[in-house]
Every structure is written in structure tokens, then in C-alpha cells.
Design a binder for this molecule. Structure first.
Ligand SMILES: *Cc1c(COP(=O)(O)O)cnc(C)c1O
Length: 462
């Protein structure tokens, strides 16, 4: 299996190389050269299998000969052993034809653990074999960073530097990043927004001298291995509701377009997904683009669902690549226009995008009201991101087709928003009950490439 860049001008890589590289050298993102498909019988045979077994069958065709079957099974087993729920991703029913897929039973209480725990094990296996070291940099709106630090802390062959926007992550998110004592992980609090953090990470990848000097590796949602890990729970949940004999819909609270892009891949692999709904908060650039074809960043307005406070949605590039029939030059052109302020999708590409995705947005008031209402009607306490999803899903219910909304974080990760909506403060699960008593270690930096690179150079282990 080969991986190609969405901008068409970087070398083809293997799965292992694409995983360790992150961003392609032409600025693009890696995608598989072909997308394998499963037959109806193969999908049906996933029913009632353990999560790890489904994960193996879904991901195996994408990893080529990077790992033997036994190695890969071991990696998957270790990745999900720390989850608190035996089914890893349980489904609960919210109402007629509407289900919630709880993706928050991993160690840092957000769906990011599904991908990051796997990536930690993949990196460890690959680097142990090669004897190499890498420096991982990542930008986070809160959950990626905590999941990455949790997955990589204490591993020998990696140093991890996570950039998060100062004052714009929840206290639980911040403490999950700043309290691990292992010295190979570093949390950097950057003056600015998430988009600034993400831009500095991209700058580091485009500074080839620095990139090679510190052997930079990326674990942001641009990393293909993360998308791949997320494809799995689309299969487990759809099959639990009767796929492939029955169609299902999914609604996905969306920021960087990684999670919903995994749903698109699941559909390309043969899962009968009838509708794939993009749900955004008031930072609704994706909803506007899918409606009008114009992608015009307007500046982030902080919301109660901060992990989706994003205007430059990096994985959207992957779906543009598909909508433009894999024309890398056309995608490179759009991304140049984006640097100059924004772009307009061609009519043909927009029609294709609209065939693939529905979309909707939830205001702050609607998000709070949804948290309050679902607690009363379903006994389910939603985090604000999941509430955005539920609200938008309700606008797209179809009596014949079950809808699955992805619950992307545990409510205790965003206690202020949940308490404001319901009057009750959600408590942390027992394994992190002492989070607020642990010591924090964090470095304050300006939104300045040279300063950030200097800190990294000074703090890598060799
Ligand atoms: C990261 C995140 C999202 C957005 O996911 P993308 O893959 O970036 O679209 C939504 N909700 C929560 C809780 C998250 O952490």
C-alpha cells in the first residue's frame, strides 16, 4: 500500500513512512493511493467481534508489510487495554432512531485516545526496530495534546512538544497536559488561537533544516494513521445496528475534519452510510463552505465547545482532493488562495461535496439547551461538542435509517459548560480524581517560530 500527497508533488511513501512523517514535503497530506473495500459478507462477519478484532480487520489492508499480523495484533491490544469500557466504544440510545456512540472511555476522556493510543504503540514498535529517535510536535485545541502526552509519556525514542492556545483550553484539558512528570513530554502555552498553534507546527514542518535536524514527526489529525484508527468505530457501531443489511447515518461534531473524514473512508470501504452530517459550532466555516462553496476564514469566536474552535480545518484538504478527482495541482492552488484569504470551490467539486456530506451548526444557546434537554429526556449528560452533534443530528433524522451521533468527549472534561447548562457539575472518573492536586509543568511562549524552535532544540534528549 502506497501513500500519495494531496498536492501531488511529494514522494510516495509506505504506511510506516507516512505515519512517521506527518505532513508531506510539498505541504500536502498523505492519503492511501487506493482505498480497499470489504464485501458485504466481510462486513457482516464483523458483528459481535471484539473491538480489537474489528480494528485488525479494518486497518490491516492499509498498513502493508510494515508489521506482521502478530505484531499488529499486539499493537492494537496494547493500544486499547487502558480503556475503561469493555466494548471500547459503546452505543446508547437517545430516542427513536437516534443513538450516541460514546468515544470517551479512553485514558484522557476524548475520542482522540482511539487514534493516539494506537499511534503511541505504532511509533514505539517502529522506532524500537529502527533504533531511531523522533521529535513529535503537535498543536492542540485541548484534546489532541492531552491524548498525545498520555500516549507518549515515558517512551524512550520520542520527545513530545505540544502547543496549545494560552487560556483557551479547559482546566481539565490543561492539567492532563501539564501534570505528567515524565521529562520527554512538554506542554507549551502559546499566545494566540488554535489556528496559530497549528500554523506554527506547519511552519516547523516546512523549515526543512529544522525538520531534519530534530527528526520531526507529527501526530496531529493530518497524520494518516490517526484517521485510520478512527475508521474502526464507524464499522463497530454500524454493524451493531444491522449494517450491512441496514443503512445507517452518522453525525459528527467537527473541527479539523479528521473524525468525519474517517467516516467518509468507512463509506468508501463499503459501509452503507446513508448520510454523513458535519456538525459545527458557531465557528461554522465548514457548514458555510458546504452550503455556499466559499471557504473564507473569519476569525475564531471562542465557544463552549473549544475543541471545534477552528477556522483552518486541515483535513478538509483530504476531501477536497477527492472532490477534485485527486488533482493535486488544483488542491495546491486552493491552498495558495487560502493563504491569501480564502477560496471558492468549483461548481463540480461543490456538487460532489454536497453529495457526500450534509451539514448544520449549533449556536451557543442551542448547545446549552441540548445538554439540558438530553439530561431530562435520555438521562445522558453530553459534553458541549457532543451536544452540537446531537442538535444537528436531530435536524437530519430519517425514520427509516438509524442515526449515530459521535460523542467525542466525556462531560467531565468541560465541567463549566455542563454545569452552566444543567446546574450539576459532572465529576471526574475515579482514575483521574486527583487531577487537581497534581503539580503542573508548562512553558509560556509567544506565537513565534524562532522562539518555539529554540525551546525544542534546547529540550530534546540528544
Ligand atoms: C478534536 C475534537 C473534535 C473535532 O474533531 P475533528 O477530527 O478535529 O473534526 C470534536 N470534539 C472533541 C471533544 C474533540 O476533542
Amino acid at each position: 500500500m502506497k501513500y500519495i500527497s494531496t498536492r501531488g508533488r511529494a514522494p510516495e511513501l509506505t504506511f510506516e513512512e507516512a505515519m512517521l512523517t506527518g505532513l508531506a514535503r510539498d505541504g500536502g497530506l498523505y492519503v492511501p493511493a487506493d482505498i480497499p473495500t470489504l464485501s458485504g459478507d466481510e462486513i457482516a462477519a464483523l458483528a459481535n467481534q471484539p473491538y480489537e478484532e474489528v480494528a485488525f480487520r479494518i486497518m490491516r489492508p492499509f498498513i502493508g508489510d510494515t508489521f506482521s499480523d502478530d505484531e499488529f495484533r499486539g499493537i492494537i491490544a496494547r493500544a486499547y487495554a487502558g480503556f475503561e469500557h469493555a466494548s471500547r466504544a459503546p452505543l446508547v440510545q437517545l430516542g427513536p432512531g437516534h443513538f450516541l456512540l460514546e468515544l470517551f472511555h479512553g485514558p484522557t476522556l476524548a475520542f482522540k485516545d482511539f487514534a493516539m493510543q494506537l499511534i503511541g504503540q505504532l511509533f514505539e514498535a517502529s522506532l524500537t526496530r529502527s533504533g531511531d529517535r523522533v521529535t513529535i510536535v503537535g498543536a492542540t485545541s485541548g484534546d489532541t495534546g492531552s491524548a498525545a502526552i498520555e500516549a507518549f509519556r515515558g517512551l524512550d525514542a520520542v520527545d513530545v512538544f505540544i502547543l496549545f492556545p494560552h487560556g483557551r483550553v479547559s482546566e481539565v484539558q490543561r492539567r492532563q497536559m501539564t501534570t505528567p512528570a515524565e521529562t520527554n513530554v512538554h506542554a507549551l502555552s502559546v499566545t494566540g488561537h488554535f489556528d496559530d498553534c497549528q500554523a506554527r507546527v506547519k511552519d516547523m514542518f516546512n523549515d526543512f533544516a529544522f525538520r531534519d535536524e530534530v527528526r520531526l514527526a507529527g501526530v496531529n489529525s493530518i497524520n494518516w494513521a490517526r484517521v485510520l484508527a478512527q475508521v474502526v468505530y464507524y464499522f463497530t457501531s454500524a454493524v451493531a445496528l444491522g449494517a450491512p443489511h441496514r443503512k445507517v447515518g452518522f453525525t459528527v461534531p467537527t473541527g479539523n475534519f479528521g473524525d468525519i473524514f474517517a467516516g467518509y473512508i468507512a463509506r468508501r470501504m463499503g459501509l452503507p452510510i446513508d448520510r454523513l452530517v458535519v456538525a459545527t459550532n458557531q465557528n461554522d466555516i465548514l457548514h458555510r463552505c458546504l452550503t455556499t462553496g466559499r471557504y473564507l476564514p473569519e476569525g475564531v469566536i471562542p465557544s463552549i465547545s473549544p475543541s471545534m474552535d477552528i477556522q483552518v480545518s486541515s483535513n478538509f484538504e483530504r476531501v477536497l482532493f477527492e472532490a477534485y478527482d485527486r488533482d493535486g495541482a488544483a488542491v495546491a492552488q486552493l491552498m495558495d488562495e487560502l493563504k491569501a484569504g480564502g477560496f471558492t470551490v468549483s461548481q463540480g467539486a461543490l456538487e460532489r461535496l454536497q453529495d457526500l456530506f450534509l451539514s448544520g451548526r449549533a449556536s451557543e444557546e442551542e448547545t446549552g439547551a441540548t445538554i439540558r434537554r438530553l439530561r431530562e429526556t435520555a438521562g445522558e449528560t453530553l459534553c458541549p461538542h457532543s451536544a452540537v452533534g446531537v442538535k444537528v443530528a436531530e435536524e437530519h433524522l430519517d425514520p427509516g435509517v438509524p442515526m449515530i451521533t459521535l460523542a467525542t468527549a466525556h462531560p467531565a472534561k468541560f465541567p463549566d459548560a455542563v454545569e452552566a447548562a444543567t446546574g450539576a457539575r459532572p465529576g471526574l472518573p475515579p482514575h483521574m480524581a486527583d487531577l487537581f492536586d497534581r503539580d503542573e509543568r508548562v512553558t509560556r511562549v509567544e506565537n513565534d517560530l524562532a522562539e518555539i524552535e529554540h525551546f525544542i532544540r534546547e529540550n530534546i534528549a540528544n
